[in-house]
Design a protein around this ligand. Structure first.
Ligand SMILES: Cc1cc2nc3c(=O)[nH]c(=O)nc-3n(C[C@H](O)[C@H](O)[C@H](O)COP(=O)(O)O)c2cc1C
Length: 391
C-alpha cells in the first residue's frame, strides 16, 4: 500500500517528556552552544525542541590558560589520529576540559527571563551545579533552583557529571556516589515546582545503580551521557600532549562520534532496569540515525553538543537534518501505523541480552562460561540459553 501525500504529512514530531511538551525530541545539551542568551534564542529560531543552559553554579570558575575544547580527527589512509586540522580527515571526537559557566547567577537570571518571554512555548532547562559537602552547599542547590524557576525555567538538569572537578563533593564525584545523588536530588525536589532531571556520569561500573538512587530520591528523568574521562594523545614528534598548558594536562572529557556506542551501552543498562521511567540520551549524535538508536532503547528525548559546536555554534544544519530525518522515518514506516515517537520508542530495549542468550552455530549450547548443568539440576545462572527465543 502506498502512502498518500496527506497521510505522509500527518506525522507528529512533538513529544511529551516529564510532563513538558517539546515540538520535537531534539535538544541542545548543556555546553558552549547554550552559554549565552543570543545562542539560545538562535537555537530556538533554528528549530531545536529544547535547550539546556550551560551549567550555572555559585562557586568561582576560572578556566585553563589555553584552548578549552579541540576535535580529534582520523585519517582513513594513514590511520593517524590527531587534533591537528588537516584535509581529508573524519571527526573522531571532541576533547574538552572546560568548566561550567563562568557567568554568575545574577548574569543568568534576567537572560532566562528574557528568553522565556521571547519563546514562551519553547522548553528551556536550567542546568545547575553546587557542592554537596555541607548544609551551606546544599542550600546553594536550592538557591540556584529557586532563582531559575522564578525566572521561568521549565525544568532543571542537575549536573552530577562534570568530569573536571577536583572537589570530591561536586560534579561527577557526586554522580559516582549513590548517597550524595540521593541527598542532592531530594534537596532540589524540596523546592522544585518543575521537573528535575539528573545528568549522571558514565564513569561508573553500573549506572543503573545511580539511576536507581536518583529515581528513589524523586528524579523525573535521567540524562546520559556526559563526556567520558580521557586524555588527549601525545604528539610523536614533540612528545607533548596535543592539548596542554605548560606541558601539563589533566583528565578531560571525550564527546562526539567516538562515544556513541559506549553511551548507548550505558543507556541500555538503565532503560532495561527502568523501562517505565524517562531518559534523555546524549553522546555522538549528529544525525537522525544516531538519535534513533537512543529512541529505540527507550529514550523520550535526545541531546546534542559536539555536532552543534561544529555547525555555526548552535547546529542549524544539524537540527534541520534531525527533524527531516525523523519525518522521513515516520513516513517510511507509516504502513506500520507509526505517527509519532511513542509508536516506536523502546522497541529494541529488550534485544540487549546476556552473552549466553545469543544463538550459537549448529545448535551448540553455551552456559556463560560455566559447565553444562548436569542431570535435572536447574541451570545455576538465569542466563541459560534460550535458543528458540533468539529471533
Ligand atoms: C566544551 C564542552 C563543554 C561542556 N560543558 C558542559 C556543562 O557545562 N554541563 C554539562 O552538563 N555538560 C557539559 N558538556 C557535556 C555535553 O553536554 C555532552 O553531554 C557531551 O559533550 C556528549 O555529547 P556529544 O557527544 O554530543 O558531544 C560539555 C561538553 C563540551 C564538549
Amino acid at each position: 500500500m502506498r502512502v498518500s501525500q496527506e497521510e505522509a504529512v500527518a506525522v507528529d514530531l512533538s513529544v511529551t517528556f516529564t510532563g513538558l511538551r517539546f515540538s520535537n525530541p531534539f535538544l541542545l545539551s548543556s555546553a558552549p552552544p547554550t552559554e549565552s542568551e543570543s545562542n539560545i534564542m538562535r537555537a530556538f529560531e533554528a528549530g531545536w525542541g529544547g535547550v539546556v543552559t550551560k551549567t550555572i553554579g555559585l562557586h568561582p570558575v576560572t578556566n585553563v590558560a589555553g584552548p578549552k575544547t579541540k576535535f580529534l580527527r582520523t585519517d582513513p589512509v594513514t590511520t593517524r589520529m590527531s587534533m591537528q586540522k588537516r584535509p581529508g580527515t573524519a571527526l573522531h571526537s571532541s576533547w574538552n576540559w572546560e568548566l561550567i559557566s563562568d557567568k554568575t547567577i545574577d548574569w543568568w537570571l534576567p537572560r532566562i527571563e528574557r528568553i522565556k518571554k521571547a519563546f514562551p512555548d519553547h522548553i528551556l532547562v536550567a542546568s545547575i551545579m553546587a557542592g554537596s559537602g555541607s548544609d551551606t552547599e546544599l542550600r546553594h542547590w536550592q538557591e540556584l533552583a529557586t532563582g531559575c524557576q522564578d525566572a521561568g525555567a521549565d525544568a532543571f538538569e542537575l549536573n552530577l557529571s562534570c568530569p573536571h572537578m577536583d572537589r570530591q563533593d561536586m560534579g561527577s564525584n557526586v554522580g559516582k556516589d549513590a548517597g550524595l545523588i540521593s541527598v542532592v536530588t531530594k534537596v532540589v525536589k524540596e523546592v522544585a515546582k518543575v521537573p528535575v532531571w539528573c545528568k549522571l556520569t558514565p564513569a561508573t561500573t553500573d549506572i543503573a545503580a545511580e539511576a536507581g538512587a536518583s529515581f528513589a530520591a524523586g528524579a523525573d528523568a535521567i540524562v546520559s551521557s556526559n563526556t567520558f574521562p580521557s586524555l588527549p594523545p601525545i604528539d610523536a614528534a614533540t612528545l607533548e600532549f596535543e592539548m596542554n598548558v605548560d606541558g601539563y594536562v589533566s583528565s578531560g572529557g571525550l564527546g562526539g562520534p567516538a562515544i556513541l556506542p559506549q553511551s548507548l551501552a550505558k543507556m541500555s543498562q538503565m532503560t532495561q532496569v527502568f523501562p517505565d521511567k524517562s531518559f534523555s540520551g546524549i553522546g555522538g549524535i549528529s544525525d537522525f540515525s544516531h538519535a534513533l538508536s537512543y529512541l529505540l532503547l527507550g529514550c523520550g528525548t535526545v541531546q546534542v553538543c559536539t555536532a552543534a559546536m561544529l555547525d555555526h555554534a548552535i547546529g542549524p544544519t544539524v537540527i534541520k537534518a534531525l527533524n527531516e530525518g525523523m519525518t522521513a522515518f515516520l513516513e517510511a514506516n507509516a504502513e506500520r501505523g507509526w505517527k509519532s515517537l511513542e509508536d516506536f520508542r523502546g522497541i529494541r530495549r529488550d534485544r540487549v541480552v546476556t552473552h549466553s542468550k545469543i544463538r550459537r552455530p549448529d545448535g551448540k549450547e553455551y552456559f556463560g562460561g560455566k559447565d553444562a548443568p548436569e542431570g535435572y539440576a536447574a541451570p545455576s545462572i538465569s542466563a541459560a540459553p534460550a535458543l528458540t527465543e533468539s529471533s
